[in-house]
Design a protein around this ligand. Structure first.
Ligand code: PLP
Length: 367
């Protein structure tokens, strides 16, 4: 049977919570979304959490609340899913794509600082694949620039200084609850902050621009999360610690079984939630060999994916990378040689071992 890349960890408790909402007749703006928000606020050490439809909408609303618009530049790591850069374009501003670190796969404070101009309004620090970015150092390197932490992948991750991903000193952080994430509600997202004014603006923005029911303050979208999703998210948050323990142990088992691969490095003392177990194939592996490796894994009934995207190569974003390939040696190398290995929290050890065996055998076929 095919070993999948990811399997959402939904069980009987989520099914019961969702069906209770369906039977209640209260499908939007009820207690479950509020309970989910309270759990995420507590977990990220924040005063406010505002649930929205998905992680991309969270970024769009976050940038709008920070006042990003035409004429502004926003710094965005080059290695990621395109949402953060697309959100900047959709705000009418200019994304400035910044290369990432070859070891930690996040953008460094120095690289962010070097890309800053007089027009830089926001820097988006991404906790890529759940690995906490160095948010405090990024904030210190960019005085006067708001740091928006894209913690889409990072619920439950802990930074090197012991603070949770998504917490201060980023001004605002966004999360995603897509099925590939550690906590999922199907589609879902959230913004977290300690800033009262930002939180007020975001609550208004997600709800048709209404300050109170019927009192319209702005031409806002409907970006609310449904009660069914809220109930699933509430149960997932209650199970988060168990899911993290299992996930981290399985990731360690896979890393130990695959010493010929290079894994994402962690800042000292940081503890990723391992949302994605990314790995680089041995030095010298070509992109064609990497692709052959993916096919060879599939032939062994193991789903292995490409690692991610180098945004400067994507047609809607290439115009924001005037230096082309030359400006992004690290993200280019990572996407060309990178893969995502199967991992989910209730994968059993035998499945992890079978996946590692298949990876080893596929590798020997291509190199
Ligand atoms: C870093 C990052 N930001 C934003 C998103 C967008 O989240 P969503 O899929 O919930 O819109 C994703 C992934 O899905 C992501 O990986």
């Amino acid at each position: 049977m095919l070993i999948r890349l990811a399997v959402p960890g939904l069980g009987d408790a989520e099914v019961s919570a969702a069906s209770a909402v369906l039977r209640s007749g209260m499908l939007v703006q009820g207690a479950e979304v509020a309970r989910f928000e309270a759990l995420v606020a507590a977990r990220t050490g924040r005063k406010h959490a505002i649930a929205v439809a998905n992680g991309t909408t969270a970024l769009e609303l976050g940038l709008a609340a920070l006042g990003v618009g035409p004429g502004d530049e926003v710094l965005v790591p080059d290695l990621t899913w395109p949402s953060p850069a697309h959100a900047v374009v959709r705000a009418g501003a200019t994304p400035v794509l910044v290369d990432v670190d070859l070891r930690e796969w996040n953008t460094t404070p120095a690289a962010f600082a070097a890309a800053r101009t007089a027009r830089t309004k926001v820097a988006i620090a991404i906790d890529q694949f759940g690995m906490p970015s160095r948010v405090a150092e990024v904030a210190a390197a960019l005085p006067g620039v708001a740091v928006l932490e894209d913690a889409a992948c990072a619920i439950g991750s802990v930074r090197g200084d012991g603070t949770p991903a998504g917490s201060a000193p980023s001004l605002l952080a966004t999360l995603s609850f897509h099925p590939r994430k550690v906590v999922t509600t199907g589609e879902g997202g959230m913004l977290v902050t300690d800033d009262d004014a930002l939180a007020d603006a975001l609550r208004i923005a997600r709800n048709h621009g209404q300050r109170t029911p019927g009192e319209f303050a702005s031409a806002g979208p409907n970006a609310r999360l449904s009660e069914v999703a809220g109930a699933i998210g509430r149960v997932q948050m209650e199970r988060l610690d168990g899911m993290l323990t299992a996930r981290r142990a399985l990731a360690q088992r896979l890393r130990a079984a695959l010493p010929m691969l290079t894994f994402q490095a962690s800042p000292a003392h940081a503890d990723s939630n391992v949302q994605t177990l990314g790995a680089l194939l041995p030095e010298g592996t070509t992109t064609a060999q990497r692709d052959a490796f993916l096919v060879a894994c599939r032939a062994r009934e193991v789903e292995v994916g490409k690692l991610s995207y180098a945004l400067h190569r994507l047609p809607p974003l290439a115009q924001y990378a005037p230096t082309g390939e030359a400006g992004y040696p690290h993200s280019s190398a990572l996407v060309d040689r990178g893969v995502a290995l199967p991992l989910w929290h209730d994968m059993d050890d035998a499945t992890a071992d079978r996946a590692a065996d298949a990876v080893r055998s596929a590798l020997s076929e291509i190199v």
